[in-house]
Design a protein around this ligand. Structure first.
Ligand code: HEM
Length: 517
């Protein structure tokens, strides 16, 4: 009962033109093709919230036992025991119950102080810089250190484990991921496991070795070495890349919604709901696949047994049927469960930890750098067909930030209104198409009117139409070198730093930062 009707809308999880911004396609899928079939890669997809939730909860019809990634299911690969994300009950239930005993909310929440310290170690050395890479200098480190310490992987090896995990998910841009068995066997972890067996410690690896449980045949036993290897491998993979991507999305989405970022900086208690909204809006795992175990009918069309069904949380999370005006980012929206951690028996085991890491990462960032701009010219999405997010994301943070303690004070409502004045000389750096360009801005303000001059490129000219409204500053600079052009600056001031955009005529807009001399 196959129905390969050709849909007018096209979707696949590989095409960069789609994956860069999948949301217009997701909207069309929900409206025009709620059951979608892709002939080229031979898969079905559902995109509406109710369909995704229902399907992920129907483990009998939609099996993970052949993999949860389209290309893995297609490859017909078999996996060693312990890759629980690709298992069905009863084996899955047994492995999952075991892990859940170790990943309790209590144990995860006890990590908060440690995560704060790791974030501070990453960010404090950057506090005097005008910018850094949110992924390479921050987001890629903390999750690996946390899961590495939990598992008991020596610190000097965290970088190589992370690189190996990242590498295992890489694809050639626009192409499906190639199946490689060694990505699942836990190759590379043998040494740690053998060492831990001789030197037990207070970590998950030791507990996995010692845990006794009743297996699917009713026998009470311990995990085999092979199972421990694959489970450690799954945890190191699942607990790392996704959270790094969440930190990248936090950087991007809040930079694009500065008014909501300001609300958070002024009231840190908004952070948990901000992280939930970022997870809903930009889920790091926007789709998962299942093998269809029986003929199904959806929207009057047949999905034959043996097909692959893609479930699209990335689309479901923006379904207007569930979330009012789903494409709008709003940290104040009424909280409703999203599907970014999956649903049903495979729902993410690490979600308490992931949320905690996301919250602490944002708090540590915004306390030190209340404003930032993304350097899109140099930011790059990661080439994977599974996890979606940024591989590099350079940001401009303005100037020397305040130390964490004083930032906390400044983040209190009203604190920014202290004795600080914008009057004086600022070093303004525009990140233009040919590299950074520095100018000097000398200004004074009176009742919201800003006057002064700007110099650079061997010329100086008075600024025009200068305005200060709260902490929003704007002005125009008419330049003649290297060509005649009107530059319109708009910035947000935070103590001795400003960040904003300059509109440079036909050349477009560029980010800039300013530091008070
Ligand atoms: C923002 C971060 C994270 C996101 C978005 C995320 C997302 C997900 C999703 C969508 C699934 C379900 C996959 C499916 O149904 O096929 C999943 C499963 C899983 N996640 Fe996470 N995850 C995150 C962080 C973590 C962390 C930190 C850990 C480690 C402790 C972890 C461990 C796991 C495991 C072990 C599974 C498999 C569960 C099973 O099959 O029963 N995840 N995750």
């Amino acid at each position: 009962m196959s129905t390969q009707t050709v849909d007018a809308v096209y979707y696949d999880p590989y095409k960069p033109e789609i994956t860069t911004d999948p949301y217009p396609v997701f909207r069309r899928l929900r409206e025009e093709a709620p059951l979608y079939y892709n002939e080229e890669f031979d898969f079905y997809a559902v995109s509406r919230f109710d369909d995704v939730e229902r399907g992920l909860n129907d483990r009998e019809t939609y099996s993970s036992g052949r993999g949860a990634i389209l290309e893995i299911i297609k490859s017909g690969a078999e996996f060693p025991p312990g890759v629980l994300i690709f298992e069905d009950p009863p084996v899955h239930t047994m492995h999952r119950n075991l892990l859940q005993r170790l990943f309790t909310p209590k144990r995860m929440n006890a990590l908060e102080a440690r995560i704060h310290r790791i974030c501070a170690q990453c960010l404090d050395p950057l506090s005097r810089s005008a910018g850094f890479d949110l992924i390479e200098d921050y987001g890629a480190h903390m999750p690996m250190r946390v899961i590495g310490e939990l598992l008991g992987i020596p610190e000097q090896d965290h970088g190589s484990v992370r690189d190996r995990v990242d590498q295992s998910l890489r694809t050639e841009v626009g192409k499906p991921m190639a199946f490689n068995e060694s990505n699942y066997t836990g190759e590379g972890f043998e040494e740690y496991i053998d060492w831990r067996a001789k030197h037990p410690a207070d970590d998950v690896m030791t507990e996995l070795m010692n845990a006794e449980f009743k297996d699917e045949t009713g026998i009470t036993r311990k995990l085999t070495r092979e199972e421990i290897l694959t489970m450690v491998n799954v945890l190191a993979g699942a607990g790392n890349e996704t959270t790094t991507r969440l930190i990248g999305w936090t950087g991007k989405v809040l930079a694009e919604h500065p008014e909501q970022r300001r609300m958070i900086a002024e009231d840190l208690s908004l952070i948990p709901q901000a992280i939930e909204e970022i997870l809903r809006f930009e889920p790091p795992a926007p789709h998962m696949a299942r093998y269809v175990t029986r003929d199904v009918e959806l929207y009057g069309r047949g999905v034959p047994k043996g097909s692959v069904m893609m479930f699209l949380p990335g689309s479901a999370n923006r379904d207007d049927r569930r979330f009012t005006d789903g494409d709008r980012f709003d940290i104040r929206r009424e909280p409703r469960p999203h599907l970014s951690f999956g649903y049903g028996i495979h729902a993410c085991i690490g979600r308490v930890l992931a949320r905690l890491e996301g919250r602490v990462a944002l708090e540590a960032l915004i306390r030190r750098f209340p404003n930032w701009e993304v350097d899109y010219g140099n930011a790059r999405l990661s080439p994977t067909s599974t996890v979606r997010g940024w591989e590099t994301m350079p940001i401009f943070t303005g100037s020397a930030s305040r130390p964490a303690a004083s930032a906390a004070a400044a983040a209190q409502p009203g604190a920014a209104a202290g004795p600080f004045t914008i009057d004086g000389t600022w070093k303004v750096t525009v990140k233009g198409p040919t590299g950074p360009q520095s100018t000097t801005l000398t200004i004074a303000h009176d009742k919201g009117v800003v006057t002064g001059s700007q110099s650079g490129q061997g010329e100086s000219s008075p600024i025009l139409d200068g305005k200060l409204d709260g902490n929003q500053l704007s002005w125009i600079n008419q330049i003649s070198k290297p060509m005649k052009m009107k530059l319109t600056f708009t910035a947000e001031i935070e103590n001795n730093a400003m960040t904003g955009k300059v509109k440079a005529g036909f050349m477009g807009s560029f980010p800039f930062t300013g530091v008070k001399d």
